[in-house]
Design a protein around this ligand. Structure first.
Ligand code: IVH
Length: 702
């Protein structure tokens, strides 16, 4: 027998023994015979490394060579998850997704394993790389250590190219046992996750192999689109058939539980079936089960089942838009309540805001937290000087949750002042909330202007809250109707605004004249008319402001109320809003300025833009000074006839590359795709290079 034949034979034989033992618990040979064969194979492979099989069973044993974990680039997006901290937030994710898609959706719910995120790359069915998440673009290659894990197949029953995401973890019992056995107390890990993380990065894979790490897989990305299943449930069943370990604690949500059950069965999976309305029940059940599980979980992951929808929803820089993690614990921190200030919003609504000692929470430093309204303050019996607990429930707006310790200064429960802190008008009560009734109140006016100009509305690029504040205080811009007629050259003397910013501002204002009528309608700030309802109004025949004004003149509440999703109350509020002389004056001023007041005006402007990108396919990477969020750049491309895609392929013609872009640039270079910088792009658009305001509304100076 040649050496090659001997290696092949031993490899085959040991694979069978390993499979029997680890999958069925059956020993086909004695331990000593098994060790003898393994040693023999290791010896032959060491002498003839070129003859070693890539999925050799000796990889399970690991080696004493030093690992150096080279950095490698991921070929799939390895992102994190958006977070929710309440039943309502998960339900809102369901309903918003369904609304956005405009059709039925179903959702898989999985346990969120508290372990180490790992991507396994297989080429032609052979495990070639196991890579940590790293920064999402580049991770560490920890293949030798992962190969020692019996839950990770070294080769697959079919010759597929696939990337598999999953969580490497250590069971609680194994953690306790190993940690107790560790005599050096300083080397003991704080929790199973830490021990798993340490093991994944052990320098000797033979040592990593002694820790019984295991892995649940939860996502698969096939290189060949034709092989990709059409939904998540079938991804899971296919992964299972390929030999990956899938968490059996699966739940599935649909509009009713029978439908959910049918889909589980169709995919050949066991799991619990639920209706959307049962979300609260499900979360409570899992919360109760958590302690008794053999491994640690820190939440639940809800994922849209349908893959075509996932593709349409896409990703932000940080997370997929098609999934959300419900976390059992909202991040909380302790802080001292230094003061309470009162904000006046664009609708006159008064919101008390807690000014707290700077506190680190969920990755940022917090100085302010919302207190909602007077009722909320009363419920907490909150006084200045109290020590409070702060949470980041929605993960964006921090809130004061409870009082931990009362103040020692003798302060009593805080009361919102009687007079508007901005304009001194007597505050009025409306259904438990407080309002400043003065339409001319400066804070309200500033709020209306900033809202009108915001990204989601008329999108006037340089007119954020900070700039509005400067221009308002200087008497240059006092109302929405002033926007198109104000003399911005007077701003040249203001500190904080440069000549170039003024040019940009004027340009942005001019550009906003081409926004469609439905955007104009929602940017007026009528409480009942957001983006969606504005579109609905237009679709229902209210496709010009005059039609809306006429119906309001006739007090024709029913005309609005009969629109699907509107109702009586909304109808009468719309009539009331459009009867207000202030709003009418604003509308007439905007009309005079050339803002679209009917849908008929919409088409012409878009057509006027030169279709300079027609026939081109653009992709985008990195971040930009001028386009923040960067989807703004995509819009510019699409308005000029270009198509936009999310990854660089041979069909891509241009890559718009900002700072910090990653693998896409390498792909572009490899494929000979033209790489365009931000400055080049701006000059293609016929814009000068320049700065804008960032998302916090701060003016970035030249
Ligand atoms: S899905 C694009 N499912 O949680 C897919 N993640 O906080 C996004 N995690 O980095 C991940 N269990 O490491 C998903 N069943 C599960 C999970 C899970 C644990 C981890 C994962 C991710 C982190 C996000």
């Amino acid at each position: 027998m040649s050496i090659k034949e001997e290696i092949d034979k031993l490899t085959q034989e040991l694979k069978v023994y390993q499979d029997k033992y680890y999958k069925e618990g059956v020993s086909l040979v004695s331990d000593s015979e098994y060790d003898r064969l393994t040693d023999k194979l290791i010896e032959l492979e060491t002498m003839h490394p070129e003859l070693q099989h890539p999925d050799s069973p000796t990889k399970r044993v690991g080696s004493d060579l030093t690992n150096d974990f080279p950095e490698v680039r991921h070929t799939i997006p390895v992102l994190s998850l958006d977070k929710a901290y309440s039943d309502e937030a998960v339900l809102e994710f369901f309903s918003k997704s369904i609304q956005k898609e405009g059709g039925a959706l179903s959702f898989a719910a999985e346990e969120k394993i508290d372990g180490i995120s790992m991507v396994l790359y297989y080429e032609k069915g052979i495990l070639v790389r196991a890579v940590t998440r790293g920064n999402g673009e580049v991770g560490n290659d920890v293949t030798p250590n992962i190969m020692t894990m019996h839950s990770v197949p070294l080769s697959l029953p079919s010759s597929v190219d696939i990337a598999v995401r999953g969580e490497v973890y250590l069971e609680k019992a194994d953690f306790e046992r190993l940690n107790e056995a560790e005599e050096d107390e300083t080397k003991r890990a704080a929790n199973p996750r830490n021990l798993a993380a340490g093991t994944v990065r052990r320098q000797k894979s033979s040592e990593a192999g002694r820790v019984p790490l295991t892995m649940f897989c939860y996502e698969g990305f096939w290189s060949n689109k034709d092989e990709t299943p059409s939904d998540h449930l079938h991804i899971l069943s296919r992964l299972k058939a390929l030999g990956f370990r899938i968490n059996p604690h699966l739940a599935f949500f649909d509009s009713d539980s029978a439908k959910a059950e049918a889909k589980l069965r169709d995919a050949g999976l066991e799991g619990e079936a639920y209706a959307f309305s049962e979300i609260g029940e499900f979360i409570r059940k899992k919360t109760a089960e958590r302690k008794g599980l053999p491994y640690e979980i820190d939440g639940l992951v809800f994922k849209i089942n349908e893959l075509d929808v996932r593709e349409r929803f896409g990703y932000t820089e940080h997370h997929p838009r098609w999934a959300i993690a419900y976390k059992f614990e909202a991040p909380q921190a302790e802080a001292k309540l230094l003061d309470i200030t009162v904000q006046v919003g664009r609708t006159g609504r008064i919101t008390p805001v807690a000014e707290i000692s700077p506190t680190k929470l969920g990755g940022s430093t917090i100085r302010r937290a919302t207190l909602h309204n007077q009722e909320y303050i009363d419920e907490l019996e909150l006084a200045i000087g109290d020590t409070v607990s702060i949470s980041k429930r929605g993960d964006v707006i921090p809130a004061v949750e409870s009082v931990i310790e009362k103040n020692s200064e003798g302060n009593t429960t805080y009361h919102i002042p009687q007079l508007c802190p901005c304009c001194n008008t007597q505050i009025v009560q409306k259904g438990g909330l407080q309002y400043c009734p003065n339409y001319q109140c400066p804070d309200q006016a500033k709020g209306r202007i900033a809202y009108f100009a915001s990204t989601d509305q008329m999108d006037i690029e340089t007119l954020g809250p900070k700039t509005v504040e400067l221009l308002y205080n200087a008497g240059i811009l006092r109302s929405v109707e002033d926007i198109y007629s104000a003399d911005y050259s007077r701003a040249a003397d203001l500190s904080g605004i440069g000549e170039k910013s003024i040019k940009l501002l004027e340009k942005g204002i001019k550009e906003s004249l081409s926004r469609p009528f439905s955007t104009v309608l929602s940017s007026l700030g009528v409480a009942e008319i957001g983006k969606k309802s504005a579109e609905l109004l237009v679709k229902s025949g209210f496709d010009s402001i005059d039609k809306i004004l006429e119906a309001s003149d006739r007090k024709d509440t029913a005309a609005f109320a009969s629109i699907a999703g509107f109702g009586e109350l909304t109808g009468s509020r719309i009539v009331e809003a459009f009867s207000s002389p202030e709003l009418r004056a604003t509308i007439e001023a905007l009309r005079k300025a050339g803002v679209h007041m009917s849908a008929a005006q919409d088409e012409t402007d878009e057509d006027n833009l030169d279709q300079i990108f027609s026939g081109q396919v653009w992709c985008i990477t990195g971040s930009f000074r001028t386009f923040n969020p960067r989807t703004k750049a995509l819009k510019e491309i699409e308005k000029r006839g270009g198509r936009t895609v999310s990854s660089v392929t041979s069909k891509t013609t241009h890559l718009l590359s900002g700072t910090g872009g990653g693998s896409k640039r390498a792909d572009a270079e490899r494929l000979g795709v033209r790489v365009v910088t931000e400055d080049e792009f701006l000059s293609m658009l016929g814009r000068e290079e320049g700065n804008a305001e960032n998302e916090d509304g701060q003016l970035l100076l030249f």
